[in-house]
Design a protein around this ligand. Structure first.
Ligand code: NOJ
Length: 548
């Protein structure tokens, strides 16, 4: 295990800003790219991605136009849950490297790319020294750093709270004769955020990384930081039937979104505010109607509570338009939106939509108002891979089989070229590479002017040349004929987006005129004059700059 010494001087290496966008914070103008660290690039042949590997791929990030990367946890961990079981918050796991971290941050900043770390405040590994102390005796000073409780009157667990990963969330501890609480695996005991000492220790973790130059954090499981102090039972969810896995058959009334959790998030925001230009985004595990709370108003909480509305929406123009509206209406007036279309917990969107519509998804993501997040490999159209039974690593699948909860299929390694293991590793990759690596990899798609990868690159570049796509208001236009339509408007200029969401040609009954900035097919002369009505080809999306 490698621990850091003192932070290097110079604290935060401030990247230069891209011209033209100085007025808005960096996290409103960049693309945020999630990297599952273990699946991006291996440098030493152990089959697992690492920081040195990532360092060797910064050219690619810059080529694509990525403005910030978010890394899944890189800290020492028994790795029972992709590193979300942390045994030391202020060090790097040897699997991922050592001081490569400082080189990485320097290299990214030189390329004007920010670094966001995953921050897992709700729980530690049961191997964390804090927990080892806490469970050693009821009188240990760290006893109240975790949530301990006596059995209920009938001698069983204190209440009916369920672990997200199945079964009671309470684990009996023989040594001290009490239960401890774990929202996730029993090897991931929850910290007790009611303890001021815990809150201060976690604030120190943030400061530690910010002093090293980290630009922001993705707060893991931020909705569950506080639990009901009276330990009241959660009510059964009347809408959840047997099709849901057992842990999802209760409403999480007394374990999620508690008012105290909102206070703790506001405290974290203040810590982040001690440093210039840092950002907090966070997993809120929620439905659209709850997302607004996580921004806070007078007492700001997260800058960007992560919004999965596009991923969860049915893929038709009317539903999408409704879900976009519902989300924008659910967040406070001055809040900055965000859109997430992939992640290490979500099935690959290209598998849900197919390759043709994955192009429209890219256009939608990168032309809506709000910070776009996508997940390494989405830009290649990576799909779910098949995991043989003996290669399953995800505890979710192991504990709750049969509900399509396995997250391994979306965690397969990145494919760079058609060499051994797609250029990911010279050793056996920790998960299978999946099929079609020779046809779908970075090198092949970079050479193809019309590939999805090139479309991502073009769209990202378009946001820079057309700032209206970043700062312009979102103005819905009623969607008809299976075509999702909206405008982005700023300073008397307007950009019109029309996405044909079906595999047949559709008439766009639009009467305007303008210049074609981009089509998802990447085959027409961009800049050409167009006048409505237009016939959109099957699966075609277009971005048009309107004449005044
Ligand atoms: C949310 C993370 O995204 C997920 O991968 C993990 O399993 C849980 N938190 C528990 O840490």
């Amino acid at each position: 295990m490698t621990s850091f010494g003192a932070a290097p001087s110079g604290d935060h290496l401030s990247p230069s800003t891209r011209s033209g966008y100085e007025k808005i914070p960096w996290w409103q103008r960049v693309i945020i790219y999630e990297i599952a660290t273990i699946s991006f690039q291996d440098s030493n042949g152990d089959g697992k991605g690492d920081l040195a590997g990532l360092l060797s791929r910064t050219d690619y990030l810059e080529w694509l136009g990525i403005g910030a990367v978010w890394l899944t946890p890189v800290y020492p961990s028994p790795m029972l849950d992709l590193g979300y079981d942390i045994a030391d918050y202020c060090a790097i796991d040897p699997t991922f490297g050592t001081l490569d971290f400082d080189r990485l941050i320097q290299e990214l900043h030189q390329r004007d790319i920010r670094l966001i770390l995953d921050f897992v405040p709700n729980h530690t590994s049961d191997q964390h020294p804090w927990f080892l102390e806490s469970r050693s005796s009821r009188r240990n000073p760290k006893r109240d750093w975790y949530i301990w409780a006596d059995p209920s009157d009938n001698g069983g667990p204190p209440n009916n709270w369920q672990s997200r990963f199945s079964g009671s969330a309470w684990q009996w501890d023989d040594t001290t004769g009490q239960y401890y609480y774990h929202s996730f695996l029993r090897e991931q005991p929850d910290l007790n955020w009611r303890s001021p000492a815990v809150r201060e220790a976690m604030a120190e973790v943030l400061r530690f990384w910010m002093k090293r130059g980290v630009d922001g954090f993705r707060v893991d499981a931020s909705a569950v930081l506080a639990k009901d102090e009276l330990l009241r039972d959660n009510p059964v969810d009347p809408e959840a039937d047997e099709s849901k896995p057992p842990p999802q058959r209760y409403k999480n009334t007394f374990t999620d979104d508690r008012p105290e959790a909102m206070t703790y998030l506001a405290d974290l925001r203040k810590v982040v505010g001690e440093f210039d230009e840092r950002m907090l985004c966070g997993e809120v595990q929620g439905k659209t109607d709850r997302i607004g709370h996580f921004y806070g108003q007078d007492n700001p909480r997260l800058h960007l509570p992560l919004n999965f509305a596009l991923l969860d929406s049915p893929w038709d123009a009317i539903s999408l338009q409704a879900n976009i509206d519902a989300y924008l209406n659910a967040i406070p007036d001055k809040a900055w939106p965000d859109w997430v279309v992939g992640g290490h917990d979500k099935h690959r969107i290209a598998s849900k939509l197919g390759q043709a519509q994955a192009r429209n998804l890219a256009m939608l993501l990168l032309t809506l108002k709000g910070t776009p997040f996508f997940y390494a490999g989405d830009e290649l159209g990576m799909e779910q891979i098949t995991i043989p039974a003996d290669r399953v690593t995800d505890p979710f699948e192991k504990l709750v089989p049969g509900y399509d909860l396995n997250r391994d299929p979306e965690r397969a390694p990145m494919r760079w070229d058609d060499s051994l293991n797609g250029g990911f590793s010279k050793g056996e990759p920790w998960l299978p590479m999946g099929l079609g690596v020779a046809e779908r990899n970075v090198a092949v798609l970079q050479k193809d002017d019309r590939s999805l990868l090139q479309l991502y690159k073009r769209l990202i570049a378009l946001r820079v040349s057309e700032p209206g796509l970043i700062v312009g208001d979102y103005v819905p236009v009623p969607s008809r004929n299976d075509i999702l339509t909206y405008r982005r408007v700023v300073d008397g200029e307007a950009i019109f987006v029309a996405l044909n969401l079906v595999p047949e040609a559709r008439r766009l009954t639009w009467q305007g005129a303008g210049r074609l900035l981009l089509t998802t097919h990447l085959d027409q002369f961009h800049g050409e004059r167009v006048r409505g009505p237009l016939l959109l080809r099957p699966d075609e999306g277009v971005v048009i700059k309107l004449k005044d």
